[in-house]
Design a protein around this ligand. Sequence first.
Ligand SMILES: Nc1ncnc2c1ncn2[C@@H]1O[C@H](COP(=O)(O)OP(=O)(O)OP(=O)(O)O)[C@@H](O)[C@H]1O
Ligand SMILES: [Mg+2]
Length: 336
Amino acid sequence: MTPGHDTARPLLSVEGLTIDLPGVQPGLVEDVTFQVREGHCTALIGESGCGKTLTSMSILGLLPASVRVSAGSVWFDGVDLLTRTPRQLRRVRGGPVGMIFQEPMSSLNPTMTVGDQIAEARRLHLGERRKTALARARELLERVGIPNAARRIGAYPHEMSGGMQQRVMIAAAIACEPRLIIADEPTTALDVTIQAEILALLRDLQRDLDLAVLLVTHDLGVVADFCDDVVVMYAGHIAERTTVDGLFYDPAHPYSSALLAAVPQVGQARSRLTVIPGRVPSAGGLPAGCRFEPRCAHAQSPCGERQPDVSLGDGRRTRCGRVASGELTLQGALRG
Ligand SMILES: Nc1ncnc2c1ncn2[C@@H]1O[C@H](COP(=O)(O)OP(=O)(O)OP(=O)(O)O)[C@@H](O)[C@H]1O
Ligand SMILES: [Mg+2]
């Protein structure tokens, strides 16, 4: 599916987002622009430290106090969330935009029963009475696959397994009929079989409720299964913006193809996985030109001087000057 062939309008539009650590130049996140379309899933991928969490946290004003947004806008449903007051943002969080984090225990309130936590969201955002809200909380727990929901509604988070806690977190995120879910590595803290169950649940909910999803993940299998559009971040920049098919069949940045090459392929005899040499540079130690150049297998002069951001049509963009000029074609994980 390509944006050119699908007319779903953007529900979330992040434009030129720049996040600074005061005193450090350039920013931790710089000039990040992407969309999440109504009812579609955009994946945000890239190695550790590329700026995925900062980008997703900034959307709802949840950045740590030590960093700040210095430029850009975040349009949700026609409103720039970056201009909203903390009080106004609290009405968006847990209401039209739900959030799911990596560690459910860091977001669930340990002193409240899971039923009360979900019910409270409905009371706050939708003005429901406690009894009605609790009845709905029970339905939501059933919907996310919690057995004995009528009994578990009175349980505290610490009485549940990690997988069950994450289901509660998802129930809380969808409690007030959101249109967008932001999920930052929602399964990383869980073991592999539970990860698959939670992802299957998220995918069902996305389809049934027609949700737009921004999914931060390290897992390209999840991207292939779940997502429509892909944003590849590298060292605070977007290296490539593409579709799922574009990423796997026709990557437009050497960093994307290096990420694909680092994934084990079932059925392929390979003695070793390809690794990307070196590591993501930290802010303050960034190259002046292409940020990936020191690690790039395809770098040639003048890669060290340029930082292009070129449209490839159909909503796709690349920061690789060699791909943009047509002199470099990359190998995807799949060939069409
Ligand atoms: N509060 C902070 N103060 C200073 N630097 C920070 C802060 N939070 C994040 N950073 C830096 O910003 C960069 C991006 O961090 P971020 O957490 O967004 O990465 P990420 O892509 O989510 O990584 P991961 O995959 O490990 O979760 C990193 O270099 C990180 O060290
Ligand atoms: Mg992160």
